[in-house]
Ligand binder design. Structure first.
Ligand SMILES: C[S@@+](CC[C@H](N)C(=O)[O-])C[C@H]1O[C@@H](n2cnc3c(N)ncnc32)[C@H](O)[C@@H]1O
Length: 191
């Protein structure tokens, strides 16, 4: 494992996620968790009484995550392997925080994923997004023509409000990078 990732998984990722707003004993969904660069630190932040749902469609990535978690004795991660469907197989209003980190550019039907996230979050729950590959940051796939303000607008249209936008040092793939994190809160609504 690269030194950057080791440093991130051992300490810096934890500090990052605490600053983002994850707290002890919370329930977190890491949608599109990949090999767990945010799942592992999140599991440490929430502790034994908290839980992380690590959801991904890629079995290989999930296997890497399971291996790292085992090597670190982390037991509060529940793996959710999907076929890529956007329906989230988790109980409504049961999650404190949802992470959508470096995954939004994969998704065609973003309205569907926002609605699904809305359903599983508790009222006042936190939706934290690391939008990568949008118009001003190595544009790719579905976010190619969108600016941050466009992404913000489409999320605020489905009963969330933008609480905070920060520019931070973070982990992208296997390397340190810098990027914007958008934190939204779920408003009271129909679910
Ligand atoms: C670039 S990686 C980011 C991983 C992790 N969130 C991070 O920031 O390190 C994107 C991940 O999202 C997953 N993914 C993409 N679309 C998905 C979908 N519809 N359902 C579940 N996982 C998805 C991919 O399999 C991949 O593991």
């Amino acid at each position: 494992m690269k030194n950057d990732i080791k440093r991130w998984l051992n300490n810096e990722g934890k500090l990052f996620l605490k600053e983002i707003g994850i707290k002890r004993e919370q329930i977190v969904l890491d949608f599109g968790c990949g090999a767990g660069h945010y799942t592992i630190p999140a599991a440490k932040v929430v502790g034994k009484k908290g839980k992380i749902y690590a959801l991904d469609k890629d079995a290989e990535n999930l296997a890497k995550l399971i291996k790292i978690a085992k090597s670190k004795g982390i037991k509060n991660i529940e793996i959710v392997k999907t076929s890529g469907e956007l329906k989230i197989p988790i109980k409504d209003k049961s999650v404190d925080v949802v992470l959508l980190y470096d995954v939004l550019h994969y998704i065609d039907n973003r309205k569907k994923i926002y609605d699904e996230v809305y359903k599983v979050l508790k009222i006042g729950g936190l939706l934290s997004i690391y939008p990568k590959h949008y118009k001003l940051d190595e544009p790719l796939w579905t976010l190619t023509n969108l600016k941050l303000k466009d992404i913000t607008k489409e999320i605020e249209a489905v009963n969330f409000y933008l609480e905070r936008k920060t520019f931070k040092k973070l982990m992208h793939d296997d390397n340190y990078n810098k990027g914007y994190i958008l934190n939204f809160r779920k408003k009271y609504g129909n679910f």
